[in-house]
Design a protein around this ligand. Structure first.
Ligand code: NAD
Length: 434
């Protein structure tokens, strides 16, 4: 089938490449000319394992191309996906200006007799589909189209496998014609498709991300009880997680959730519930617990170092999770900013996130960036692990210890084995484990 995706970021570009991989012809549209230029030159603007090969292969096969023209995309596609940002506003509600603008732009280029399925893939508040529909009709009363909700559940860092083999595909639609086209389009993926109404589909996404955030806050609250009682949160999580009704995923105690999705989606769901007059107070507690994790971590560092001013601190990890270059809303970035604000001399290293952190000006001016984990650790009075990249667990810790001024280790993601680290002479502090 002929598809177009408006917005070629993490969701749009990965979706486009995967749709092309299963045999569709895909046009990825973006209004960021620099991004489109890069893609034309065969450069991938984001880091996502497996994405580069996938894009290059499908471009070479003539199934994937890039343009800045919405008209080009809409003219040449049966299904038009919207994958533009839906960032939070100051009050936590969702900024829908990108979506509204794209709806107007689609209305502006839809030609008479040209039926199109307009699919919202961005994460949007319930009832947005109705507004997109009304907007396109207002600006183009004769346009023939249906609006469908098809939320995306990919995880950054494993977006390609998530897209190729999702647990389920959710299609919210009020039109049989649109539903049939969506089913045909997803047929090659051979995964369960849940067809529902547009509002339920929109709600599924916010409810899913809020539930996963709740799981993280739940285990973080349990980790505080573990610390107070001498129990080990990793054992407790294993014991809970072996129950198939619960599952081990998202039960990792640490610095809390960050990134461009969970914080904004929990906030949005709270705002949506309030707007609908049914406030979801449980989610406010989820946020409170999450925000407290960094405070507790910094307190532990201060308990050990007393005053942070002029202390040499090494931080491993800047991205919000491993296997991505995404530093948006990263807890690790907040950590380095708070340490520097207290006068610490911080040197950080991240395998993929340093370039974007600098580009987006997220780092304090005095922060130093190292070329390797070992270089970051040189002369450090404390080493903090803020993102659980596997490469950090594989370091030569004898060399790390020798490089440090004092072998004080704070593992904010419980990545390392406490006993091994202590046997090597480190003073080890994890989260919720003795
Ligand atoms: P992103 O910022 O990486 O990409 C969005 C792209 O849209 C950018 O390249 C931007 O230039 C482009 N854009 C903005 N306005 C445009 C316009 N008028 N015309 C053409 N292009 C335009 O964002 P993302 O992370 O891909 O997220 C997109 C949506 O998907 C959001 O609603 C997000 O919540 C949701 N989502 C994200 C993830 C994730 O892990 N990143 C997962 C599931 C859902």
């Amino acid at each position: 089938m002929d598809l177009c995706i408006i917005g070629s970021g993490y969701v749009g570009l990965v979706s486009g490449a995967c749709f092309a991989e299963v045999g569709h012809t895909v046009i990825c549209v973006d209004n960021d000319l620099r991004k489109i230029d890069m893609l034309h030159r065969g450069q991938i603007p984001i880091y996502e394992p497996g994405l580069e090969e996938l894009v290059l292969r499908n471009v070479a096969a003539g199934r994937l191309r890039f343009t800045h023209s919405i008209e080009d995309g809409v003219d040449n596609s049966q299904i038009v996906f919207i994958a533009v940002p839906t960032p939070p506003q100051a009050d936590g509600s969702v900024d829908l200006t990108y979506i509204e603008r794209v709806a107007r732009e689609i209305a502006g280029v839809l030609k008479p007799g040209q039926y199109r399925v307009v699919v919202d893939k961005s994460t949007v508040p319930v009832k947005t589909g109705e507004k997109v529909d009304a907007t396109i009709r207002r600006y183009n009363p004769t346009a023939e189209f249906d609006v469908v909700s098809n939320p995306e559940f990919l995880r950054e860092g494993c977006a390609v496998p998530d897209l190729m083999k999702p647990d389920r595909i959710v299609v919210g639609s009020a039109s049989q014609r649109a539903t049939d086209l969506m089913k045909r389009m997803y047929e090659p993926f051979q995964v369960p498709i849940l067809v529902t109404d547009v509002s339920s589909a929109e709600l599924i996404k916010h409810a899913a991300n809020s539930f996963l955030s709740l799981k993280i806050s739940y285990i973080n609250a349990v980790s505080a009880i573990c610390e107070a009682s001498g129990a080990d949160v990793e054992m407790v999580a294993d014991g809970i997680g072996m129950d198939r009704r619960i599952g081990r995923n998202f039960l990792n105690a640490g610095l809390g959730y960050g990134g461009s999705c969970f914080p904004k989606d929990v906030k949005a769901f709270i705002a949506i519930s309030e707007e609908l007059g049914v406030p979801f107070r449980l989610l406010q507690e989820v946020e409170r617990i999450n925000a407290g994790q960094l405070d507790v971590f910094i307190k532990k560092i201060k308990d050990a170092l007393w005053v942070l001013r002029d202390k040499r601190i090494a931080v491993w990890g800047l991205t919000f999770k491993p296997d991505t270059d995404d530093v948006r809303n990263s807890v690790a970035i907040e950590l380095v900013n708070r340490l520097v604000a207290e006068g610490a001399q911080v040197t950080a290293y991240d395998p993929k996130g340093m370039e974007k952190a600098v580009e987006y000006k997220l780092l304090p001016a005095s922060l130093k960036l190292a070329h390797s984990p070992l270089e970051a650790a040189e002369g450090a009075e404390a080493l903090l692990l803020a993102t659980e990249w596997k490469e950090f667990a594989r370091q030569d810790f004898a060399a790390v210890k020798a490089a440090m001024h004092t072998p004080l280790l704070f593992d904010g993601r419980n990545l390392l084995n406490p006993k091994t680290m202590r046997d090597m002479g480190f003073t080890y502090h994890g989260v919720g484990r003795p």
